[in-house]
Design a protein around this ligand. Sequence first.
Ligand code: BG6
Length: 497
Amino acid sequence: MRERADTLGDPDHAIDLAIFGALGDLAQRKLLPALYQLDREGLLPAETRIMGLARHDHDASSFQNQVSNTLRARVKSEEQDEKTLTRFLYRLDYLKLDFTKPEGFTAIRRWREGSPRPMVVYLSVGAKLYGDICRHLGESGSVGEADRVVVEKPIGFDLDSSEAINDAIGSVFPESRIYRIDHYLGKETVQNLIALRFANPLFGTQWNQNHISHVEITVAEKVGIEGRWGYFDEAGQLRDMVQNHLLQLLCLIAMDPPSNLDADAIRDEKVKVLKALKPFTGEALGRDVVRGQYIAGTTDGQPVPGYLEEESANAQSQTETFVAMKTEVANWRWAGVPFYLRTGKRMPEKLSQIVIHFRQQPHYIFDPDQRDLAANKLIIRLQPEEGMALQVLTKDSGLDKGMRLRPGPLHLDFNSAFPKSRIPDAYERLLLEVMKGQQYLFVRRDEVEHAWRWCDRLIDGWQSRETPPRRYPAGSWGPVASIAMITQDGRSWYEDY
Ligand code: BG6
């Protein structure tokens, strides 16, 4: 039944991959399909093998059947290929294990015995289990000198809890072998921010407060809580999205050029941005931050419940499902340039987009009525339809138009510009980098901790003010106050949905 892979991938990147929580949502929805795609692309070395670990009763063969069903359901039919599927399933093994107990971890050591490959431990489980698993792995002698660990966000709930988790992981794995995932860093367009900024001299010279008036980052989701009420209600949108994804995007936009593409060179620059983020204090807290919570509304014309009416909701919850804020990176490059951030659940669309607003010309010679138009914008669309558009001004055509201006995009749509290349899922890129042992797309401990320090101050401020979140109907762009926040600066959120 099984066919063995022969010459696939770089044998130097072969690993023994142990996925803790292999039957969970993340592993089934993202990790196993991503590994299958890597195999299909010929990027999974022949020797790579995968052990699924979970508490449920399975053996290798029933686990393989289960994964086969998952892949058939999740992978697009045109990307399903029987030969790859058979080869991929052949790599899978299964170990039933209670992660909280030390007994059983020696089976992992036995699985590794004699293997020349590094083990990658993927913790696809809640962060509460990270400490136990790492300790048991260490005590059972399963972790060798080249082994790596991959962990998912959220790393903790605040600075203190993240330090405790990082200490527990760090007592078994050194920082150079810890891969903290922020899946936004695996998105193709997010990596393109590095290419855009540092490969194009055009932008290199313009990327500062002399030329940029303000920056918008929007990460809007159409979905609500999707059965995750318990987790989400403890976290809220600030911890769930801003502390990680939005701050990472902000860092990539705001950082200084690293001296090379090494992981630490990039991460050193990101940390400088996080340290320079202005805290929200006093008046700024009420003026520059808006928290929202969705009430019943409509999505795609269908009625949807409010946050407090979702399944297993606590009707008293004050947790935010939306945050908008105006922040600043207090350094020479960015002093005085507002960064407007907003993110929310149950918005009208799924949209992740960064808009760089350039300053106007110092002297304006066209129609005074059009003055507000006269600035360039760079729109970077992360999802859906990845692409970039530089909005430039041209003359409106027509004999009657004189020198009237017309804004229009210089447009790069990745799907049509590069039609043959499939845009890989973020997890494919991230897993590939783990296999290669490259950390530049992963978050270093000090990044996580500086991000928490900044968020903790904001949350403390909210708690001391005890202001409830503002309501917004599902299917809208958030509370009216988030529009007023930017309007009071004479600006508006970029709209071209
Ligand atoms: C996760 C959050 O990190 O990112 C979720 O926990 C959110 O709440 C998700 O829905 C969004 O990711 P993406 O890739 O769909 O934008």
